[in-house]
Design a protein around this ligand. Structure first.
Ligand code: GDP
Ligand code: IMO
Ligand code: MG
Length: 421
């Protein structure tokens, strides 16, 4: 059977840590979408590691880590990442597998991403500039090159043909940076990629399921960045929700069992777009500092705000979430008062639904206030030891979402996790 772990907010919920925590219970850990726009942090032997392309089960022994067909792959990032995990003794030649249907991010995709963002001025998406949107555009536009194409003797001529198409776009944007060094490292990385385990991903994973292996599908980004259900156009370019597991790995829907949704105890967003509960005051700054809320991929400061139960309810509905993990609860340790958004006022009418195109509306969150716990919770191991105020906060979230918080993360460390009864 297959379980899924995904983010319910605007990304960076702590998926890396939580996937690493759950990985020992599974045989296969598979990324189903996204690309190097993701930055998934975990700790191994006390060292901080940020993974962009490799699934977060890579440090667990005897696991298969699969990069699924729904992912877009930057070979240069992958090569670098393989080298960095190898330095910790990981034998990626044995534990890492890549679907032949996975689309490649080309140097020109990165250039187009950059040129396109630069041309939009204040309307920019705030993309990570990793070439994600142009790569997915070439996938749906049926132009893209896939990992399996590397073994085709016509690969270079196909590349040149596509590069010429991209050049026309770049000329339109008046983009004239020299990307020849990007191309050089790209072709070098492709040679490396060819030496890895390239598999027919959908047979590979279904055979594993058939033989009784347990699969954990690892999401990237978050539900509110989903290309269909997120705050379009301020979204990423893939299906970040449970439905993406089907198309991103070739798994039938009825094989999916648990959907483990991750939410921070508050909320963050990096990049542009609507964020109803954003705090532009001192409290927002306090959360940013104590939560070290700076992007794992780009280093940009993350926008911080209160937990948004309207958006979370929507995410639970779209994903069919069966259990919740609440991360970064410790970040709220010093706050006197906590707020929880339980509805929105849209043009002065109260609603519990996420509206179409929030940024065009006059919108205000409606909050319920809770007392903060004002206790350092980072060393707590047992649910029975959590402060009363925290229990009230969590109970309320359970009730409103109708899905239980089963795990509470109280620090970045692998062992900083409290299991709820
Ligand atoms: P991901 O993209 O969902 O994997 O999340 P990121 O790795 O981008 O960002 C999460 C950040 O929070 C990382 O720096 C983690 O080390 C850190 N983190 C994860 N869980 C906790 C927690 O419970 N408390 C604190 N203080 N930090 C955490
Ligand atoms: P993880 O997996 C947070 C955001 C970008 C931008 C928008 C589009 O670490 O949670 P893109 O590069 O995909 O075209 O950018 O999506 N974004 C993320 N924000 N966490 C991520 O990944 C993100 N990946 C993309 O900031 O607003
Ligand atoms: Mg991240």
């Amino acid at each position: 059977m297959v379980d899924v772990i995904l983010g319910l907010q605007w990304g960076d919920e702590g998926k890396g840590k939580i996937v690493d925590y759950f990985a020992p219970n599974y045989d296969v850990i598979a990324r189903f979408q996204g690309g190097p726009n993701a930055g998934h942090t975990l700790y191994y032997e006390g060292k901080k590691i940020v993974l962009h392309q490799i699934p977060s089960g890579i440090f667990r022994e005897n696991k298969i880590n699969l990069i699924g067909n729904g992912v877009v792959l930057d070979a240069v990032t992958l090569k670098r990442e393989c080298e960095s995990v190898a330095a910790f003794g990981v034998d990626y030649k044995k534990s890492l597998f890549i679907s032949e249907r996975t689309h490649l991010i080309l140097p020109t995709h990165r250039a187009i991403d950059r040129a396109s963002e630069a041309s939009t001025g204040i309307d920019k998406i705030g993309s990570t500039l990793k070439g994600i949107s142009p790569a997915y555009m070439d996938k749906t536009g049926r132009n893209g090159l896939r990992v399996g194409d590397l073994l085709d003797k016509n690969f270079v001529s196909k590349y040149i043909k596509l590069r010429l198409k991209h050049q026309k776009l770049l000329d339109n944007f008046a983009f004239n940076e020299d990307i020849s060094s990007w191309e050089e490292e790209f072709f070098e990385a492709l040679e490396f990629l060819k030496t890895l385990n390239i598999v027919n991903g959908e047979y590979f994973i279904n055979d594993a399921i058939q033989s009784g292996k347990k699969v954990l599908a690892e999401g990237a980004q978050g539900s509110m960045l989903d290309v269909d259900f997120g705050t379009f156009p301020y979204v990423t370019s893939s299906s970040t929700v449970t439905a993406g597991v089907g198309s991103g790995l070739g798994i039938a829907p009825h094989k999916i069992r648990e959907v483990i949704g991750i939410t921070k105890a508050y909320c963050t967003r990096v990049g542009s777009g609507p964020f109803p509960t954003e705090l532009l005051d001192e409290t927002g700054e306090q959360i940013r500092v104590s939560g070290n809320e700076f992007g794992s991929t780009t280093g940009r400061p993350r926008r911080c705000g209160w937990i948004d139960l309207v958006a979370l309810n929507f995410a639970c509905m779209i994903n069919g979430v069966t259990q919740l993990v609440m991360t970064k609860a410790d970040v709220l340790d010093n706050l006197e008062t906590l707020k929880v958004c339980e509805s929105y006022l849209v043009n002065d009418v109260e609603t519990k639904q996420v509206p179409f195109q929030m940024e065009r509306l006059k919108m205000e969150p409606v909050y319920k206030e809770f007392s903060g716990w004002k206790t350092n919770i980072t060393a707590i191991k047992s649910f029975s030891d959590i402060p009363g105020e925290m229990e009230i906060y969590i109970k309320y979230i359970n009730e409103v979402l109708g899905v239980p918080v089963k795990f509470i993360s109280n620090g970045p460390g692998t062992d900083q996790i409290i299991v709820a009864p």
